[in-house]
Design a protein around this ligand. Structure first.
Ligand SMILES: Cc1ncc(COP(=O)(O)O)c(C=O)c1O
Length: 400
């Protein structure tokens, strides 16, 4: 039987399909690209999910995917509105369950206008590709998520990256460039998906007093985890009001699938409804997704005990890693990267963990910059201290 658990470290047996491709220029080109990727140990493949003993790879931070209230929300919406939405949102697909979900999100994050998308990836694409105009500038964190990075190259606006989390660099760029553009957009994740670190949001919004810009925050990994009601890092920092546009996914702490964009100025939403093909031309999210997310919001808002425990565990786990000699970062999010200069090391230790039934993310370039391969451990409420101690034991024996 094929072993689904292992990431291949060495080149596998020659692949007959790749061998046959040499004659045709198209097949030769893609075949060579694939061979190169394999030789670099960067081969990606889809593997059926097998339940690990300890999962440290999902983003379901509060462990709500099997929560009875969330499942009941999904069932109820499906019973009320059917298994699918049946159409794109402007035709027929935007159903009362979607409106109810949107209303809850707007109340939660205290914004006057918003819309839903089928995924966070699509939401970010829509935002960055359509909102900034040809006379505008987008300043984005250097390690911004691919859904934004890819869209930057397709936007009508100019763009420039500032060094990761480096607000002094951002300020320098704002000072140098602001006057030359009609509108400047600044876009960043709050909690970064691959590093678990985050910018100082209070200082970031303070920059708006010096240089006018539209601030866009992607709260994908912070929603549910930060803030007294799980509203995200902007809620925690008390700066929600100063954020012009908030993006978030329903696919992580909200235990569903889909996304939202919320805005302080309603015409931003009107604009996207009118000009974003990502929204207009795609069958809208299934009612069960909306029902699950809506129920999850209710659970998340009153899950402070889970949030506190997750933070305590995330800090404790970092301290344990530091005791083993790994570098301690200054953050407390549940995303904990363990870096390896040699990506083969990341694969080997990831495999050693898998052998014990512990699933982590083995993340290599090009997903992360060269020389920063890592194990990405995402803690969540479904793992307890004994589980974490088991993980640490494996890491410790590897370290020795
Ligand atoms: C920061 C960030 N933004 C957006 C997305 C995309 O969200 P979705 O999974 O809903 O497409 C992700 C998901 O990995 C993410 O990490």
């Amino acid at each position: 039987m094929r072993n689904y658990l292992y990431h291949n470290l060495e080149m596998e047996k020659p692949n007959p399909c790749l061998e046959q491709m040499v004659a045709d220029p198209f097949y030769r080109r893609i075949g060579e690209d694939l061979k190169r990727r394999k030789a670099q140990n960067r081969w990606r493949e889809i593997k059926p999910w097998l339940p690990p003993r300890i999962d440290l790879s999902s983003n379901d931070y509060l462990n709500l995917r099997s929560d009875p209230a969330v499942l009941a929300g999904a069932h109820q919406a499906m019973e009320d509105y059917g298994s699918g939405s049946g159409a794109s949102p402007l035709l027929f697909g935007f159903l009362p369950c979607h409106q109810e979900l949107l209303d809850d999100l707007l109340r939660w994050k205290n914004k006057p206008a918003g819309m839903l998308f089928n995924s966070g990836f699509m939401a970010n694409q829509a935002l960055v590709r359509h909102l900034p105009g040809p006379n505008d500038l987008i300043l984005a964190d250097r390690l911004i998520h691919h859904s934004i990075a890819q869209a930057l190259t397709q936007s009508r606006a100019a763009f420039k990256r500032y060094d990761h989390l480096d607000l002094a660099h951002l300020e320098e760029l704002l000072e140098k460039k602001s006057g030359r553009y009609e509108t400047v957009f600044v876009i960043t994740e709050t909690v970064f998906s691959m590093d678990g670190d985050y910018p100082d949001l209070k200082s970031l919004v303070n920059l708006k007093n010096k240089f006018p810009f539209i601030l866009i925050l992607d709260e994908a990994h912070a929603t549910g985890v930060y803030g007294p009601t799980g509203g995200g890092l902007a809620e925690e920092a008390g700066v929600l009001e100063q954020v012009d546009i908030l993006v978030g996914t329903l696919g992580k702490s909200l235990a569903s699938m889909g996304a939202y964009i919320l805005a302080s100025i309603p015409p931003v939403i009107d604009y996207l409804i009118n000009f974003s093909g990502e929204f207009i031309y795609s069958t809208f999210m299934a009612p069960s997704q909306a029902g699950a997310a809506r129920a999850a919001i209710g659970v998340v808002q009153s899950a402070n005990d889970k949030r506190v425990r997750l933070k305590v565990d995330s800090i404790w786990f970092r301290e344990q890693l530091a005791e083993m000699g790994w570098e301690r970062d200054a953050f407390d999010s549940p995303i904990i990267p363990i870096h390896f200069a040699d990506e083969r090391e990341a694969i080997k230790i990831g495999n050693a963990l898998l052998e014990k039934g512990i699933q982590t993310g083995i993340v290599r370039p090009p997903t992360v910059p060269e020389g920063t391969a890592r194990l990405r451990l995402s803690l969540h409420s479904g793992v307890d201290r004994p589980d974490l101690k088991t993980v640490l034991e494996v890491l410790k024996s590897w370290r020795k």
